[in-house]
Design a protein around this ligand. Structure first.
Ligand SMILES: Cc1ncc(COP(=O)(O)O)c(C=O)c1O
Length: 374
């Protein structure tokens, strides 16, 4: 039986040829191809600066360092997210304050953010989870009232928009992931975007051993302590090739997602995702809610369909239960509900309608059988 996977990277002969060209050039580390990739992304997102990095996690870490978050500071993050969103706060010496989400949109609960703000709050890292854009108007109101910096974990949200503006042009700093679960992927990789010149300069230097922007090959100056979070020419060639097709890839994801919703929304045992009002979801992941989710994953896999949980509820994991390192804000029922019920369905550029129909039929059959057993 042929497995229907969760995702398949978009890889054409043209992309492979471009990678081979870089390999043949001998210039494998970060260089002109990375610069070109950054520029293509910058123009697509319509932001002032786009900085390629090794992955989203280090991108978030650099963003926190650039805005000066450190020991003694608090940063508000949602509980329902990938651990990286909160871990980076601890890594820079600050304390993540973990709040609940809205279980419909699966995005941070804006009221909970408002309540969790203290005099120590320096930043918020909301997550445009699964490609669902945040409600920026709510976030701007919080930012204005409390003077906090908005660093968006946009790991899954390349291509999503809010009121016609692309995610990546809306927060103070946004960070995308280019991991293979994302539809534009460089294997491992990340992209930081901002309109802020000074932070952009700082981040570009920090990711490159602290090198001054004005350095030339014959006169390299290290102006600060930095690290190495570069994205190679080889990786950038993959991303560059994929970015040429981003609109086509997004249209395909959106039409498949719409097809899932139109069929599954009439099923009483399945709840479909709720996109943010005034936003356009990129459907990085198409997640539904079902009962007995883990059993559904097992049984759909037995039928040759790869399904997966949505993401994690941080407070249910030991790493985030040490209150010296983290502050869990209140009870987190929305996040627990999402953690226990979300199911990610296969979605990729060449998923055929027949394959999608097979996924849908197996899913409906599986949840119906389970409800009859219970
Ligand atoms: C919401 C979120 N943030 C951060 C990350 C980490 O991304 P990366 O693997 O590029 O470091 C992920 C990974 O899937 C994610 O889903």
């Amino acid at each position: 039986m042929k497995l229907i996977p969760l995702i398949r990277p978009y890889m054409t002969q043209e992309i492979k040829d471009q990678v081979c060209e870089v390999l043949d050039s001998g210039y494998l580390t970060e260089g002109p191809v990375t610069k070109e990739f950054e520029e293509v992304c910058r123009q697509y997102i319509q932001c002032e600066h786009a900085i390629a990095v090794s992955n989203c996690t280090v991108g978030l870490e650099i963003a926190l360092r650039a805005v000066g978050v450190g020991p003694g500071d608090e940063v508000i993050v949602p509980d329902y997210t990938y651990p990286a969103t909160a871990s980076v706060v601890t890594i820079v010496g600050a304390k993540p304050v973990i709040v609940d989400i809205n279980p419909d949109t699966m995005l941070i609960d804006y009221d909970a953010v408002e309540q969790a703000v203290t005099s120590k709050t320096k930043a918020i890292i909301p997550v445009s989870l699964f490609g669902n854009p945040l409600d920026y108007e709510q976030l701007y109101a919080i930012k204005k009232k409390h003077g906090v910096t908005l660093i968006e974990d946009a790991a899954c949200a390349l291509g999503a928009d809010y009121k016609g503006s692309k995610v990546g042009s809306l927060a103070d700093i946004s960070v995308f992931s280019l991991h293979p679960r994302k539809f534009i992927t460089t294997g491992e990789g990340g992209l930081i975007t901002t309109h802020h010149q000074e932070w952009a300069n700082w981040m570009s230097s920090y990711k490159h051993f602290g090198m001054a922007q004005a350095s030339s090959r014959s006169n390299i100056i290290f102006e600060r302590i930095g690290s190495n979070y570069k994205l190679s020419n080889v990786q950038s060639a993959i991303g560059l090739g994929q970015m040429k097709h981003i609109n086509k890839l997004l249209d395909k994801r959106r039409s498949l997602a719409q097809r899932y919703t139109s069929i599954l929304s009439t099923e009483p045992q399945i709840k479909c995702p709720t996109p943010t009002q005034n936003g356009t979801h990129s459907y990085q992941s198409y997640c539904v809610f079902v009962a007995n989710r883990n059993k559904v994953i097992e049984q759909t896999r037995e039928q040759g369909i790869e399904t997966q949980i949505g993401t994690y509820s941080l407070h249910m994991h030991p790493a985030f239960q040490n209150n010296q390192h983290c502050k869990i804000y209140g009870d987190l029922p929305g996040s627990r509900y999402a953690y226990n019920h979300t199911l990610t369905l296969p979605l990729y550029h060449n998923l055929s309608e027949q394959e999608q129909d097979h996924v849908v039929q197996c899913l409906i059959q599986t949840v119906t059988n389970m409800s009859l057993e219970n």
